[in-house]
Design a protein around this ligand. Structure first.
Ligand SMILES: Cc1cc2nc3c(=O)[nH]c(=O)nc-3n(C[C@H](O)[C@H](O)[C@H](O)COP(=O)(O)OP(=O)(O)OC[C@H]3O[C@@H](n4cnc5c(N)ncnc54)[C@H](O)[C@@H]3O)c2cc1C
Length: 281
């Protein structure tokens, strides 16, 4: 199908883009989710503001123990940047799992988190990394945690007129792993589990588990984290913790997987991700 007609603007500055958005225009980044939705007439914006050409939103910087990633940084840039690979390998490994090479060349981290598809990959890693998301409107800027940003299916903490400006993740020396069950046609996560683990004196001193695909939006599996903290991380510790990952959340059911199957996948992939991260910790 062909999208409904729309007005297209490619502003030169972020202020200009935010001014157009304050007037009701919708941001366009890599177009990998928005354009298909427009072609299917699931979205019918009358005016689009192209953020993809704003150079000052495309960067990866390190400062004070964090990486700062501009919203229009593509999935391929996150996957391949030596800084992300060496300082936050969980994020680069997650980016490498997104869709196919065309999608990764065009799609952006800001577009992915703003879109908040319940099967998107980044949210699992951003939950496990306790990332912060910087939101900017015409007159103000604020920072929210990943835990507060992802609210529901395709629903985030973004207010009208705000954009995702930047993602902030910690430089991370823990053992990490992202394991996902792929939806075979698109590559989206039927379930995806991101884990980071640190050990001290033979015991797990930190464990963070981010989950995507299972429920309406991504979340931290805190019951499983609490079950593992202080343990040695034996195979039985890991199995018992993985069984807690789907606990307390509503599991989605659709043509790709029933709720019961998704819960089963969550425990299996959590066990794999925990074992792989522990082997590195
Ligand atoms: C064939 C195919 C396979 C895919 N497979 C996967 C996969 O396996 N895993 C996965 O995670 N994703 C997958 N995707 C989705 C892909 O990652 C998209 O790139 C991403 O969801 C949207 O990013 P974008 O830059 O393309 O945003 P766009 O499509 O341009 O925009 C998406 C939405 O976000 C808004 N938006 C964009 N940028 C901003 C911003 N900075 N601030 C506020 N709002 C903004 C737009 O208004 C729109 O509502 C796939 C897509 C396709 C087409």
């Amino acid at each position: 199908m062909i999208a409904q007609g729309f007005e297209y603007t490619a502003p030169k500055t972020l202020d200009e883009a935010l001014g157009l958005m304050a007037d009701g225009a919708k941001p366009l980044a890599g177009g990998q989710s928005l354009i298909p939705m427009m072609k299917l007439r699931l979205a019918t914006p009358e005016r689009l503001v192209d953020l993809g050409r704003l150079r000052d939103l495309n960067y990866i910087r390190e400062q004070g123990g964090n990486l700062y990633i501009g919203a229009t940084t593509t999935h391929y840039e996150v996957e391949s940047a030596p800084l992300v690979r060496s300082k936050c390998p969980l994020l680069s490994a997650t980016a490498a799992c997104i869709g196919d090479v065309q999608v990764r060349n065009m799609g952006t981290i800001g577009g992915s988190v703003a879109h908040a598809d319940p099967a998107a990959d980044y949210p699992a890693a951003l939950q496990a990394l306790e990332a912060r998301i910087v939101l900017k409107g015409a007159k103000s800027e604020r920072t929210v945690s990943a835990a507060d940003f992802f609210v529901d299916t395709f629903t985030t903490a973004l207010e009208p007129g705000e954009i995702v400006r930047e993602i902030v993740v910690p430089v991370d020396a823990s053992g990490v792993s992202y394991q996902k069950s792929y939806q075979p046609a698109s590559g989206f996560a039927v379930v995806g589990i991101a884990v980071r683990i640190a050990k001290s004196g033979g015991q797990i001193s930190l464990v963070r588990i981010g989950v995507t695909g299972l429920s309406n939006c991504s979340y931290r599996a805190t019951a499983a984290e609490e079950a593992l903290e202080g343990k040695a991380g034996s195979a039985s510790d890991v199995r018992a913790a993985a069984a807690l990952v789907p606990q307390g959340v509503h599991a989605n059911s659709d043509l790709h997987a029933s709720a019961d199957y998704r819960r089963h996948l969550a425990t299996v992939y959590a066990e794999r991700a925990l074992a792989a991260a522990l082997a590195e910790a």
